[in-house]
Design a protein around this ligand. Sequence first.
Ligand code: HEM
Length: 264
Amino acid sequence: MFSINPFSELSGFIPSIAMQIFVIVMIILVVGGTILDMIHKKNVKYFFENAKKAKEAATKTVSAGEKATIILKTVASDILTSSEFCTIQRRFAHLLGMYGTIIFWITSAIMIFNYSTPSSVTPTMIPMLWHVGAMMTCIGTLWFWFVIRVNVSAEGNPWYQVIFADLFVLSLFATQVTALLWSYLQATGATGWDSLFLVLFILSNIVLFGGVYWSKFAHMFYKPGAAIQKHLAEADGSNSNLPEPADKPKQFGLGIRREDPSNY
Ligand code: HEM
């Protein structure tokens, strides 16, 4: 199963051009959903107005070299290693989900655009990475869902309570768990069942990519910009118009982190 390209097997029934058009439509949905989201929330307008205000409140001039260093550090830390997360569990679960998804999407695109005919010979490494990526995402999103989610970890709600804000994490999980089950059923020759999971795989992708406007999907585009802006504002002294950090942070103990939230 791990070394089989499921899209090449599928091309016996669905032409590869249809799969490629599906991917292009999904990309268009993401771009469209993100643009509508930006128009609706006016977050980009707010971002630039805020950056302008911060510039006016700056107490230091940051040179181009310093800016480049800050941006590089933010990419290496906040973006590539999710250092923004306050606990190691949150950070690790996010890294699993983020890299799992990136690996899954890239290998899906490679297989669909280069190796999706019945005669295609796919390098074994690509379907292997596709399966590993999907498993990483499933572990990351399930960990988040059962343990880390604020509704469960802090508010004391049961894991099965679903709210609209869960659209992103649930549809992300659904795309990759149905992909794994489809691939497994296809490899074991479970005709009929494999078609069912293929349909579920397609539907969950339509929900994930078609739901960008309503879900948290677009955070993967906004968060990097916000992280860079935050660090630049720290360096130029404007500090996003926030008060200076306390000068004796450790003197009063752990504060809010003294105990786990259990006040419900
Ligand atoms: C393929 C890329 C990514 C995936 C699959 C992904 C996945 C996720 C998931 C599943 C959540 C939990 C959402 C929820 O609360 O329901 C999350 C939250 C978060 N992600 Fe990502 N993420 C990606 C990229 C990024 C990037 C590039 C950054 C930062 C530079 C980032 C920063 C955050 C932060 C700070 C949160 C928690 C706060 C919030 O919910 O707004 N993510 N991400």
